[in-house]
Design a protein around this ligand. Structure first.
Ligand code: C2E
Ligand code: MG
Ligand code: MG
Length: 646
């Protein structure tokens, strides 16, 4: 059993671990994915920006080169013009040096320009410009030659008709190219802006995705962990802790009373486990729980309380119909195999003062009642039974303190000799003074007997009895024989007699004044032990009596087998209107007891008529409220001093 529950725990742990691993993988995957996408976007962005930078770089350079071409052409043109009008050979030489510089610079600029335009669509424009520049240079050479030869008129004519139109054409081409480049630059800038906007959008989408991913993971993890905390992992229904939490919540809202508590288990479930193995057992539990759960309505709950035990909170007016639905539950166990399960159920209609714990306790007790042989599969646990259960619990809880704080006190009920109407003995009866109130033994002895605590209490009483007898003798008060009640449970103790004698020895009480009472029913259960005990007592000089004689089914055989000194007739012998036949019977029983050399006493005498009846049938001793109720020690001492009844 222990091994099985450990295995279950292991399985649950394994499931939890698997689940955690899955969640961890999802989280890691999401984070990694986001990091990769963001990183890729950055790289992409950087390369796009770099590419645009390069394009713009080229465009700006071409633009600069072309304006430098234009300014050099202009410069060249003005040198040529100066050359034409200058008369000084030295000045002309200087101008030709400048002209050479400009020409060289123009050549260099044009070849750099050629390099730069190679990757652009301005290449054809460049070639046109190049041919214009070359044309200009050739014509400029002609003008320079004409000027040198002093043919000003022809040179002038050449300048106007050839050189100036070419310069204008170059200017026009440079302007066209420049405006093309300006347009391209503007386009590229718009492109860059659009691309950056696009990238920003992508990044935002990724961020949103990441946020949603994180929210989803957190939500998923929370849901799973909440589910793990509140649900049973095998069956998926609520677990016990969750039921308690829910029950307390319903209790606070005063809504628990609207339910009936159902403690449910599967009939012969352990045989299913034994027969088919615990794997099938698990499937059965899972499917059974699923079916039970599916029959519930909104705001009704089902929880697993370990093993095949479930607790359901079902709306009070639906309990009967729910029970009908779950009485027989067909479950599928795989491999085309099915089982029909019978449900056992303890039903508890919840009252206003009940807590969820009361509900579960009541249900569990009721369902355990269904396990008794011949019991019904459904048992309703009524409030009275629950109250009785709590009363018993309360007694057991208070018992220890009661012993420790001497809350148990001994009362003495006189026994009377009917011939002389004098005190001839008494019975020690225990009372529990609890919170200032006297509790009669009938309400706690059976509970302590059930729990095996009564033996201790019997010896507690017997101890006080021995001490009182010793005390009365010491104080010169003449005692009477005191009988003490002992539960039949003592007969299971092989040292019972020895224990009794030890207490007697402890106080040095005179055994003559002692009597031990065992109920008649004790003999049915352990005749040998009773015979042994009675003999031991006899040997020690302590009297024995058979309590409640006549209540059992074989009183007479006990009379034969056990040699007790006193027989206590039960009060049932004292019928109010005993007819002649009955009287004859009682007379013969008394006679028989006397013939067997035993004494006889009748308990429960409440009227003078009963006294007369007892006298007629030959019973000369009685105990009853007619003479005295059980008395406190102080009151009883007064009886010892004045033993006469009127
Ligand atoms: P019991 O041994 O048969 O004790 C007699 C009971 O009858 C006592 O009830 C007594 O008060 C009651 N009684 C006496 N005369 C009358 C009467 O005229 N009318 C009525 N109606 N009742 C009368 P009590 O004291 O409540 O004890 C009930 C039972 O509790 C006892 O029945 C005995 O079985 C058990 N008991 C009491 N003290 C002890 C104890 O120390 N140990 C054990 N094991 N059982 C004890
Ligand atoms: Mg008794
Ligand atoms: Mg009795």
């Amino acid at each position: 059993m222990k091994g099985k529950s450990t295995r279950k725990k292991d399985v649950n742990k394994l499931r939890r671990n698997r689940l955690s691993a899955r969640i961890a993988v999802i989280t890691i995957f999401l984070s990694l994915f986001s990091i990769i996408v963001i990183e890729a976007s950055f790289i992409n962005m950087r390369s796009i920006i770099k590419r645009y930078d390069e394009i713009l770089d080229v465009d700006y350079t071409i633009r600069e080169l072309m304006s430098s071409v234009m300014s050099d052409i202009n410069k060249h043109e003005s040198i040529v013009f100066h050359h034409m009008v200058s008369g000084e050979p030295a000045e002309r030489r200087a101008l030709m040096n400048d002209e050479n510089d400009v020409r060289l610079r123009l050549k260099n600029t044009m070849s750099t320009l050629e390099e730069k335009v190679k990757t652009t669509h301005y290449e054809s424009g460049y070639h046109e410009l190049f041919s214009d520049v070359t044309g200009y240079m050739n014509n400029a050479d002609i003008v320079i030659d004409l000027s040198r030869d002093r043919e000003e008129q022809t040179a002038n004519f050449f300048v106007r008709t050839m050189l100036s139109p070419i310069v204008n054409s170059i200017d026009g081409k440079v302007h066209t190219l420049d405006s093309m480049i300006s347009k391209d630059i503007a386009l590229t800038k718009t492109d860059v802006r659009n691309t950056t906007d696009m990238m920003r959008l992508i990044m935002r989408l990724i961020m949103i995705m990441l946020v949603f991913g994180t929210i989803f993971t957190v939500f998923y993890c929370t849901r799973i962990s909440r589910e793990m905390v509140s649900h049973d992992l095998l069956t998926g229904v609520l677990n016990f802790d969750e039921l308690i939490r829910l029950g307390e919540k319903l209790g606070h809202k005063k809504r628990l009373v609207q339910y009936s508590g159902l403690a449910i288990s599967i009939k012969d479930f352990k045989f299913i486990n034994q027969e088919y193995g615990s794997n099938i057992g698990d499937i059965v539990l899972k499917n059974y729980a699923t079916i039970l759960n599916s029959k519930l309505e909104r705001n009704e709950y089902l929880a697993r309380n370990g093993g095949d035990n479930f607790v359901a909170l079902v709306a009070r007016d639906r309990a009967d119909s729910y029970l009908k639905e779950i009485a027989k539950v067909p479950v599928d166990v795989g491999d085309k195999m099915g089982l029909t399960l019978t449900t056992r159920c303890g039903i508890y209609p919840i009252s206003e003062t009940d807590t969820i714990y009361d509900v579960i306790n009541a249900g569990v007790i009721a369902v355990s009642e269904t396990r008794r042989s011949g019991a019904d599969d459904f048992i309703w646990f009524r409030r009275e039974r629950r109250d009785e259960m709590f009363r018993q619990k309360d007694i057991l809880n208070g018992y220890r303190k009661a012993i420790a704080e001497e809350e148990f006190v001994v009362y003495y009920q006189p026994k009377i000799n009917l011939k002389t109407r004098t005190l001839c003995g008494c019975e020690a009866l225990v009372r529990w003074i609890r919170n200032g109130e006297m509790v009669p033994p009938g309400s706690f002895i059976p509970v302590l007997e059930n729990d095996g605590k009564v033996q201790e209490l019997d010896f507690y009483v017997f101890d006080r009895v021995c001490r009182d007898i010793w005390d009365w003798q010491r104080r010169g008060i003449q005692p009477v024989r005191v009988s003490s009640n002992f539960s039949k449970l003592h007969l299971h103790n092989p040292n019972f007699a020895e224990d009794v004698l030890n207490v007697v020895d402890k106080y040095g009480a005179d055994p003559y004044y002692l009597e031990t009472e065992l109920t008649e029913s004790s003999g049915y259960e352990d005749l040998d032990a009773m015979i042994y005990f009675v003999n031991e007592m006899k040997e020690a000089g302590i009297a024995t009596s058979m309590d409640d004689f006549g209540t059992g089914y074989s009183s007479l055989s006990l009379l034969r087998d056990i040699n007790m000194d006193v027989i206590k007739l039960d009060r049932t012998f004292l019928r109010d209107q005993a007819d002649a036949k009955e009287e004859k019977m009682v007379e013969n029983i008394v006679k028989m007891i006397h013939d067997l050399n035993r004494k006889v006493i009748c308990e429960g005498v409440v009227t003078e008529e009963q006294v007369e009846f007892l006298k007629r049938v030959g019973c000369t001793m009685a105990q009853g409220f007619l003479f005295d109720r059980p008395l406190s020690r102080e009151d009883f001492e007064k009886r010892l001093i004045n033993p006469y009844y009127s």
